[in-house]
Design a protein around this ligand. Structure first.
Ligand code: BGC
Length: 754
């Protein structure tokens, strides 16, 4: 393909317009006359869904077999960026082999509510973790030359009414919770494309949102790639192009609208040219991929999928060390539950992959423990219909066994792209089965399969152990056996809080909204940010997960590396009997912020693998971003001077070590004017002395004369209002002081306005 500018120069207006829409469901538009071929894009994200025949966005049609890695819920729970990168590399290699130019992922939307039907496809309730895992995945895929599509930008946190609903979110909440994962991936990895969301943001479709697509994404974050629509997210081609959307997918047959808009002056040809340049750049990139790519080692990818599934499972409970089981033991094992035989291993919708093979836990357990030792009973049907005969059979199987491995979880129909869940309960029939089995033996190990979290309240006490396996991908069954028999040591950690009740989740009052609006009323208090700020109890905290070994964290040191930056170092020791991995988590608590802030927020983590008795030191950097908050009033990030606590632990609720760090702050002083209060003036390093001097020069009644009670009332009053009460300084002097403060501040900073 010729150079982009050369091609652009030879395109007609009609051809340019045609390039800003797809050629078909999965391809860009080819323009053979101008020497522009088409390239293929395809889902994503946990494996390739390449549809060789007719395309569909909901996974209804088939696709070519590809390795089905565990979806983001499980990959996220590994807290292992190295592993996420390796998965990206493997998916990139499969895409290369299939001649796919762009894999449509990762999804880094925040799990605002556990009810979102698509939570299985997202990493976490926390933006820092989501950003790190997403960036690692992008870096892996792109290392193969294949492109990615960071999605769904932005505030796509529910499936209910997703094509129309307006997510009504204030700017601070957007900046601190819903945008940082996107920002991190864009700044760090420059994904080839960003996919805009279906929904509206504060009343404007994401596909037509100039602030989102151009001001923030390109001008602030420096995104240089192409913006593609989610499939069918464009409503107005011209408005979308003007806002910064480059490629509409799939095509809607409305190119003439673009042509007319340029002809009649409603859309500048410059804007169209810019979009075409980006599309051509993407096509050129796709064209440069090798025609004969390296062969893919599907066995190695299956093994990697197994490693991820094992690393992402979270051991929630292990009473009396019932796990791991002895592979060479003799006691009979009852494997109960249809999900052991018929695995639930991925979510439904556009991400659905046809696996290259599929491991069932039942087979894998039999392979380890032997056919004679393992007795299976399905216990329930996946359609949820009651079958007393199945329960009776399961109870008899359990009665004769030394240990019961009870597989519970959500059937595929319970969660999917396209709709949200009504609750977070396990199917009632499965819980009844648990109680029936528990009545005949205490040795019940529950293994869970679900994409969105499930409540453990009301039944967890019935189980001796609970292993949350999420959705394990095509090798999940083998990974489960690895964990149950101690061939792998659980090291997954929760990426979302398990609440005691659904009603305890912060978005409960607002989700999913109505009349085409959902108000993010909980603001920045999403997930653990809410529970810890309230001191409210949860079933299991964010970041939590058990191991077959134990760890100790010691020797915390927090060394300043700049005015508002530090390096955290901590020693981790494996104090237990077997090798294992711990996730060291760093949370930052602001001791005295001028605005409300969450109790603490995750700002660093590292996963470390240690042999028994071994120690290792992890070093985690905290940059300025770790301490900032978004000030809507000032329209910028703020780092305030003062003390923050650096809290290091193994979950958001298990903090082992704390050190105080003194920040210099960003030195950017708040603006002062006549509406600033007396307290704000006095607290201001420039305004305080200026005001004091004006008062001393006799500008008004001496505030030193007022008593403490009066002073408290006056402190909250705008300076410009005080003179009307015979206090402070006259309005004319206030105006002069404002000018003086601005001048002094600018001189002391040696620069212009922020
Ligand atoms: C989904 C996207 C997906 C696209 C193409 C849409 O329905 O929201 O995540 O990439 O379809 O299948």
């Amino acid at each position: 393909m010729d150079a982009v500018e050369t091609i652009l120069g030879r395109l007609t207006l009609e051809q340019k317009a045609s390039l800003t829409s797809g050629g078909d469901f999965w391809h860009t538009q080819a323009v053979p006359d101008a020497g522009v071929p088409a390239v293929m894009v395809t889902d994503g994200p946990h494996g390739l869904r390449k549809q060789s025949d007719a395309g569909d966005a909901m996974g209804l049609g088939g696709s070519d077999p590809a390795t089905c890695f565990p979806p983001a819920v499980t990959l996220g729970s590994t807290w292992d960026v190295g592993l996420a990168r390796r998965v990206g590399e493997a998916i990139g290699a499969e895409a290369l082999a299939a001649h796919v130019a762009v894999v449509l992922g990762p999804g880094v939307n925040i799990k605002r509510s556990p009810l979102c039907g698509r939570n299985f496809e997202y990493f976490s309730e926390d933006p820092f973790l989501s950003g790190r895992m997403g960036a690692a995945w992008v870096s892996g895929v792109q290392s193969r030359g294949v492109g990615t599509s960071l999605k769904h930008y932005a505030a796509n946190n529910q499936e209910s009414d997703r094509l129309r609903v307006s997510a009504d979110v204030d700017e601070r909440t957007l900046r601190e919770v819903y945008l940082p994962a996107f920002e991190h991936v864009v700044r760090q990895e420059q994904p080839t494309t960003v996919m805009c969301a279906y929904n509206k943001l504060n009343g404007t479709h994401a596909s037509e949102h100039h602030w989102l697509l151009t001001e923030v994404l390109r001008q602030e974050w420096g995104f240089a790639g192409m913006v593609v629509s989610d499939w069918g997210a464009v409503n107005d081609r011209v408005a979308a192009l003007a806002a910064g959307l480059d490629l509409e997918m799939p095509p809607s047959g409305t190119d003439d609208q673009v042509v007319d808009a340029v002809r009649y002056g409603d859309l500048s040809e410059e804007v169209l040219d810019e979009a075409v340049r980006r599309v051509l750049t993407l096509v050129a990139r796709g064209q440069s991929l090798p025609e004969e790519p390296p062969a893919v080692d599907l066995d190695a990818h299956h093994a990697l999928a197994r490693e991820v599934a094992a690393a992402g499972a979270v051991l929630l409970k292990n009473e009396g060390g019932i796990l791991p089981l002895d592979a060479d033991g003799t006691g009979a094992l009852a494997v109960i539950g249809e999900l052991a035989r018929t695995p639930r291993y991925q979510g439904a919708g556009s991400s659905q992959v046809v696996p290259t093979r599929l491991d069932a836990a039942l087979d894998a357990i039999r392979a380890v423990a032997g056919d004679e030792r393992v007795h299976f009973a399905p216990g329930y049907t996946l359609d949820g219909s009651a079958d007393p005969a199945l329960t009776d059979e399961a109870v008899e199987t359990a009665r004769e066994a030394g240990t019961v491995l009870l597989f519970l979880g959500l059937p595929a129909s319970a969660e999917s792209e396209g709709f949200d869940r009504p609750d977070i309960a396990l199917p009632a029939g499965q819980l009844a089965l648990l109680r029936a089995v528990r009545a005949v033996t205490e040795r019940v190990v529950v293994v869970l399969a679900n994409g969105g979290l499930v409540s453990v309240s009301g039944w967890e006490d019935q189980a001796a152990a609970v292993l949350e396996g999420w959705l394990g991908g095509q090798a999940g069954g083998s990974a489960t056996a690895d964990l149950l028999f101690g061939r792998a040591n659980p090291s997954g950690r929760l990426t979302e809080t398990v609440p005691l009740r659904l009603e305890d989740t912060p978005s409960w009052l607002f989700f999913p909204g109505g009349e085409q609006h959902v108000r993010y009323g909980e603001g920045i208090y999403v997930g653990y940010r809410y529970h810890h700020t309230l001191g409210a109890p949860v079933a299991h905290p964010f970041g939590f997960g058990l191991s077959y070994t134990t760890f100790a964290l010691t020797d915390l040191s927090v060394r300043a590396t700049g005015p508002n930056a530090a390096e955290v170092s901590v020693t981790v020791t494996n104090t237990g009997p077997v090798a294992g991995s711990e996730v060291v988590q760093v949370y930052v608590h602001d001791r005295a912020a001028s605005v409300d802030r969450p109790e603490h927020e995750l700002k660093g983590f590292d996963k470390v693998h240690l042999e028994p008795g071994a120690s290792g030191t992890v070093a985690i950097p905290l940059e300025q971003e770790a301490f900032r908050f978004w000030s809507p009033g000032r329209g910028r990030w703020v780092v305030e001077a003062g003390e923050v606590e650096v809290r290091v632990g193994t979950s958001s609720a298990d903090i082992d070590l704390v050190e105080v760090l003194d920040l210099e702050g960003d030195g950017l002083l708040p603006e002062l004017d006549a509406t600033s209060t007396l307290d704000e003036w006095f607290a201001h390093p420039v305004g305080g002395p200026v005001l004091r001097q004006a008062l001393a020069e006799g500008g008004g009644r001496d505030l030193g004369e007022v008593d403490a009670h009066e002073r408290a009332i006056l402190g909250a009053m705008p300076l410009g209002k005080l003179s009307a009460f015979g206090l402070g300084v006259p309005r004319a002097i206030v105006d002069a002081l404002v000018v003086e403060v601005r001048a002094e501040r600018d001189v002391s900073r040696g620069s212009g306005r922020p």
